[in-house]
Design a protein around this ligand. Sequence first.
Ligand code: PLP
Length: 345
Amino acid sequence: MDLNKIVRDNILRLKPYSCARDEFKGREASVFLDANESPFNGPYNRYPDPLQVELKAAIAREKGIPSPYIFLGNGSDEAIDLVYRVFCEPGIDNVVAIQPTYGMYGVCADINNVEYRQVPLGEGYNLDADALLGACDEHTKVIWICTPNNPTGNVLDRKQIETVIELFDGIVVIDEAYSDFCDERPFRYDVGRYDNLIVLNTFSKAWASAAIRLGMAYANPAIIAFFNKVKYPYNVNMLTQQEALKVLSDRRRYMKWLITTRQERDNLMPSFALLPFCQKVYPSSANFFLAKVTDAERIYNYLIDCGIVVRNRNNVALCEGCLRITVGDAQENNALLSALRKAPF
Ligand SMILES: *Cc1c(COP(=O)(O)O)cnc(C)c1O
């Protein structure tokens, strides 16, 4: 893949904003009079590190990805939007995505005025590389894949994904927001091998930190450089950087969360499957599962009346009649089951 042919011309030519903290490259300084900051209210008076060097080093250790291959953003959503802004010419280029999948790929396509082509997953929500590649044309810049997929919960076949990466002459994004919950080898280890691969991770799920808004994109440094060129200079604030370092520092606590959630999932799914109105529970490698029920609207509304919110996916193509249920803690999962066992239908 020739990156210069994939990146938009205006982005290739772009001379990025150079902030005060970018330009200062000297020794340790103690007097900062370069950024029009206030001298009061430390440490919040200072701009945060625009390239998040310390945090990237900690993520590099945790994830086994070298720092130069890491981009950090305000949630994965920032990376998703940047993919469009870097690679897709509005009104001309298109992207191809699996269906059903995470809604933000389509929303960001619409915002950026980029055609969004959806290719339905096959039997068992499985991926067919040929179908995905068949939907591409000379204006297809990006293919979106999500594994384990949201809202279906299943892991897509590695061989099929590898075929897509190897045969597609553009960017393949693999969203691994839920990969911490499964045992398959994640694709993030392959960003050194494929120069057209971008892998997304997030602190919002297994790392239990949705509030701090932190997402990662892993890719070869040439792609990361374009992301850095286009992003807002201080896109990850200081509080987020500090909190992420804190949550990363307690690996045992993280492992406990992960093991507990997986155990709860493995308890909740078979119990849910026994409910009289449950027609099918789809296999899950994530912290949620998809369930087909006799009357999704009615059960959804009944749960709302019980003060329990699940995700109604009844109106999503290929998910008709389905609810998506997040695995909570033991108490929340019991509340869900006992409400449903008392349901008058
Ligand atoms: C939850 C989720 C994310 C997380 O997005 P953030 O902006 O990092 O919170 C990303 N991708 C998928 C598929 C998700 O389900």
